[in-house]
Design a protein around this ligand. Structure first.
Ligand SMILES: [Mg+2]
Length: 343
């Protein structure tokens, strides 16, 4: 380490940090098909390949136990990893789960956490095959690794988007962010007056999206049934705009998306207005929705046209055309990726 120079991690951000780590890596094996730089790594030889991904959730950074039931947390820790397997157009098979626990947690709490993990394992049809348990002095940490399988010709990388492809997004966006805003507000209300009961009834959809997201394996299976291989795909964990930048950079293309095509639930919209936030900003920059963002060839459009949960939000353009959002009034404004900054 150069002792004279100190760079704060916040100066380069999470993606800058990943790029820096990536630069120091030399690939030694032909079986490393794809290393750092996509939703999951791809390894193996021959026609069937494996995908591997890992994600860590930290108390105080990714979740707050004041309003996160341990059972939901266990489910979410698995779901966010399955989402990265889905993003490669792969099918998940196994997971390992490692936890760091402080003596604050009794065995019953650990049971509750694993109840959620096992529920997710059943839901996504994966086997829990190992992991590690250790003591923690600074809150709960859960790290999950997921392994999946995919036929070589069906993998969707971030790098395959082609000019004129149609950009698709599943479900609706911005809900998890607004759910988090509500949970945080009710926590503050409770802290200032413990007599007050949290008022969460009218926010069940968005708080559910925050606390217990569902990875879109259903979409992966449907695309397979329709014999569609997305030309590029990733999951929406950091916000739509940020993910569009990743696809644009990896594929060497531009994008044009349309405000009136962006999917937003009414509860998300109403809550954004209530919080004095622009609903479209929530859709573009809200994280943790765990929906899928993908591109398809024009000729595959007919097969998906009537799908109730897939939205056609724009199209792929030339790299030099940049990334733009066309507003409802018809003005094209440059997209900005805020994403989530943990540092
Ligand atoms: Mg991802």
């Amino acid at each position: 380490m150069n002792k004279d120079k100190r760079t704060e991690i916040s100066e380069i951000g999470e993606f800058g940090l990943i790029d820096r780590i990536h630069q120091g890596v030399k690939i030694k094996h032909a079986s490393t098909v794809k290393g750092i730089g996509d939703d999951a790594a791809v390894i193996g030889e021959g026609k069937r390949l494996m995908v591997v991904t890992t994600d860590m959730l930290l108390e105080g950074v990714h979740f707050d136990l004041a309003y996160t039931p341990l059972k939901h947390l266990g489910f979410k820790a698995v779901a966010v990893n399955i989402s990265d397997i889905a993003a490669m157009n792969a099918v998940p098979r196994q997971i390992t789960v490692s936890v760091a626990l402080s003596n604050r947690f009794p065995v019953e709490a650990v049971d509750e956490l694993y109840e959620g993990i096992n529920l997710a394992a059943d839901h996504y049809q994966v086997d829990l095959v190992g992991g590690d348990t250790t003591a923690s002095r600074s809150g709960l940490i859960i790290s999950v690794t997921a392994v999946g399988e995919v036929e070589k010709e069906k993998i969707s990388f971030r790098s395959g988007a082609k000019i004129n492809d149609i950009i698709c997004a599943t479900g609706d966006l911005g809900a998890a962010l607004m759910g988090l805003q509500v949970l945080e507000r009710e926590k503050q209300v409770f802290l200032s007056n413990p007599e007050m009961q949290p008022d969460l009834e009218k926010y069940t959809y968005i708080t559910g999206r925050q606390l217990r997201p569902d990875a879109r394996m259903d979409i992966v299976h449907e695309l397979r049934d329709l014999e569609i291989v997305p030309t590029s795909m990733m999951d929406i964990s950091d916000g739509l705009a940020s993910e569009l930048f990743h696809i644009s950079k990896a594929s060497g293309v531009g994008v044009m998306i349309y405000e009136d095509k962006l999917p937003i639930d009414k509860q998300t919209y109403d809550t954004a207005v209530e919080f004095d936030l622009d609903p479209i900003t929530c859709v573009l920059n809200g994280g943790e929705d765990y929906e899928l963002l993908f591109t398809i060839r024009q000729e595959d459009f007919k097969k998906l046209e009537k799908h109730p949960d897939i939205h056609f939000i724009g199209h792929v353009t030339k790299a030099e055309e940049g990334l733009f959002l066309v507003t409802k009034s018809g003005t094209a404004v440059p997209l900005q990726a805020q994403g989530w900054k943990h540092f």
